[in-house]
Design a protein around this ligand. Sequence first.
Ligand code: ADP
Length: 282
Amino acid sequence: MSTAHFLGIDIGSLTVKAVLLDGDQRVLAKGVMPAGYGGQEAAEALVAKVLAEGDTRPNEVAYTVVTGYGRVRFGTADAEISEVSCHARGAFHLCPQARTVIDIGGQDSKVIRVHTQGYVTDFAMNDKCAAGTGRFLEVMAEALEVGVEELGSLSQQSRHPVTISSTCTVFAESEVIAQMSRGAPKADIVAGLHAAIASRVAGLAGQVGLEEAVVMTGGVAQNIGVVKALEKQIGLPIHLPPQPQLVGALGAALLAYEKRQTSNVKRETSNVKRQTPNVKRE
Ligand code: ADP
């Protein structure tokens, strides 16, 4: 059995994620941790944890790809690859029918079009404004004094969702506070917030177009309220991978595997090239 293993690390704005694959692209270990300040220390701690869980020594990792917001400051990877490519690669691996990937993370949202062979053909991204991101939900959950992981089930109890009309997070928070003081049920406020996020992301999807199957990745895909609100807005079913938050790190690990194969081929080709003049001289 080959001991060449492959590591994908996704350093996000709120969490770091890592996936370790064996030489047959099977998942040996995976994990998520809060990013803390900058994400570098958390990434190193998570890598150590994942390698221990996967019974892998650092010198058995043949190739490491790092992605995500904090990737440029992580010095020890073999390659940095954009989150767009990593989410597309991971989603396509888990769902080969995927033609559109919607990734909503902590500080940005993206709609990515994927070719039948899995590569990216187009994408649209919102990274300028917190509205339409996980950060927006974090701010609102704090104002409502509920955990971010409770928002999904809470919104499903809503009977009369409120309308949140502000597209700006700061103004939307004021609207939430005003609704709370009017006595609106929390469930109705949360449902209104999910509809507001869904409308932003559907607008982003309009820029690149939507094609089935639609797969959702990123931490916010764990919020069933956002998933359902988005399905309503786009009029298409959304496929959810088992651990959507890990899809970018999985894609990074798969790309690490592929990069290693390509660099082996290149190394073999350059050996052949280097040998050729010798052969001729002989
Ligand atoms: P990043 O890659 O930018 O660090 P993530 O993809 O990890 O972001 O997504 C973080 C977001 O996911 C949070 O802002 C939150 O809205 C959402 N989230 C995280 N955990 C949960 C959960 N258990 N249930 C619902 N939403 C969650």
